[in-house]
Design a protein around this ligand. Structure first.
Ligand code: V47
Ligand code: SF4
Length: 365
């Protein structure tokens, strides 16, 4: 591993010392990390932190993703998944029985059920309550990690109640966790261009705060590599870090590299593999209060996710089974992986696979 002298030659000795002492990095430090000419040095620094926190463990979960609809009122310009209405080619909407049937046909009982969808103009809160209640009755021990903050805001608007009341009603029928989607980039000018209709940063953060106050843990994301600047990525990380200081409710951060296929959003410079890895490393270093960083193999590819486990990430996500959002946008990864494959992919890069639940408690074999 590079020593302090190595970082001194790069002008990074102050950052090195802060990281060694577990001190918080400033936004200026973040800029330095993003612009340092030696990306490997940044990866090594993030790997130090990841190793201090998790040693050689690399986590994964036996989960299944289900998308209930791709019809969405929001029409984000980056999104290849969305359809305008039910009559458009490729539009779909699942009823509760169809969701259950998808999960019944799972290769193994899911420990985590991850359900998200578009903001459908007519699906009432009662449909989501009935679905969660049915899932809870069928899989009493599974963690129901369902609905992004953007969906919660949409359900609340349709039902004409507050987002807190919406969360309370869903929790009452079994909701355990919120996934981290919908955060994109918090900067208002970027949101105006990539997702002008959906919840703004303040609403997204408020709903996560409300969830945390209700005892609902959540994840958080950042969609990067489109039209945002490095400073806007850092601002995004800083806003997450500040909420986490207050609530401690974020479990895991997921950096999502923008996939360009079938997207209306024109981007100036496509991401390189090194940009992806460096952003994961900077996320690990800046988010000193978020315990886990996910290398989401679906969007990154399995091989890049393996590399990311040495650039600050400690989690591989999971079996997933069926994925639509990334695959509509050109993801080349498979639809799902088995536990055996996940174990082999982690041991293959010299790390220790740890099967976990949604809160990162290890599962005893
Ligand atoms: O919110 C949409 C992003 C998110 C594209 O919480 C795209 O454990 C890349 O949030 N290229 C959904 N990304 C995925 C997500 C997620 C995934 C896995 C685990 C968890 C978790 C959360 O995907 C959306 C959006 O930010 N997205 N389109 C695209 N073309
Ligand atoms: Fe709708 Fe989500 Fe796609 Fe935006 S990213 S259009 S909210 S499905």
């Amino acid at each position: 591993m590079p020593d302090r002298q190595y970082y001194t030659r790069l002008g990074l000795e102050t950052i090195f010392d802060k990281v060694e002492a577990g001190e918080r990095l400033s936004l200026e430090d973040g800029e330095t990390l993003f612009t340092c000419p030696d990306p490997l040095a940044i990866g090594e620094l993030a790997h130090r932190v990841r190793t201090r926190l998790h040693d050689d463990a690399a986590f994964y979960v036996a989960n299944q993703h289900v998308n209930y609809t791709n019809v969405c009122v929001n029409a984000c310009t980056f999104c290849a998944y969305q359809r305008e209405d039910d009559t458009q080619p490729g539009a779909f909407r699942l009823d509760t029985q169809e969701i259950l049937a998808k999960l019944e046909s799972s290769p193994s009982a899911p420990r985590e059920i991850h359900i998200v969808g578009g903001c459908h103009p007519r699906l009432p809160l009662s449909y989501f309550e009935a679905t969660l209640a049915a899932l809870r009755a069928r899989w009493p021990n599974a963690v129901l990690k369902c609905f992004t903050a953007v969906e919660i805001a949409h359900f609340a608007r349709l039902e004409n109640i507050s987002t807190r009341q919406t969360l309370e009603r869903l929790k009452a029928v079994g909701l355990n966790m919120l996934p981290g989607g919908g955060a994109e980039i918090f900067d208002p000018q970027i949101r105006q261009q990539v997702c002008p209709r959906k919840s703004n940063a303040e609403e997204w953060l408020r709903i996560h705060r409300e969830a945390h106050e209700l005892g609902i843990k959540t994840n958080c994301t950042m969609l990067f590599g489109h039209i945002e600047t490095l400073a806007q990525r850092l601002d995004h990380l800083d806003r997450l870090r500040r909420l986490q200081d207050e609530t401690g409710g974020f479990v895991c951060f997921i950096p999502l590299p923008f996939l360009t296929e079938n997207s209306k959003l024109e981007i100036p410079n496509p991401l390189t593999g090194l940009d992806e890895l460096r952003t994961i490393a900077v996320s690990r270093l800046m988010l000193d209060n978020v315990p886990h960083i996910k290398a989401y193999w679906v969007m990154l590819t399995v091989k890049q996710a393996q590399a990311a486990l040495f650039w600050g990430a400690d989690d591989f996500d999971g079996t997933v089974v069926e994925e639509k959002i990334g695959h509509e946008a050109g993801a080349t990864s498979r639809q799902g992986l088995t536990r055996q494959e996940l174990n082999a992919m982690i041991t293959g890069c010299g790390l220790r696979p740890v099967e976990r639940d949604s809160y990162f408690n290890p599962i005893q074999p």
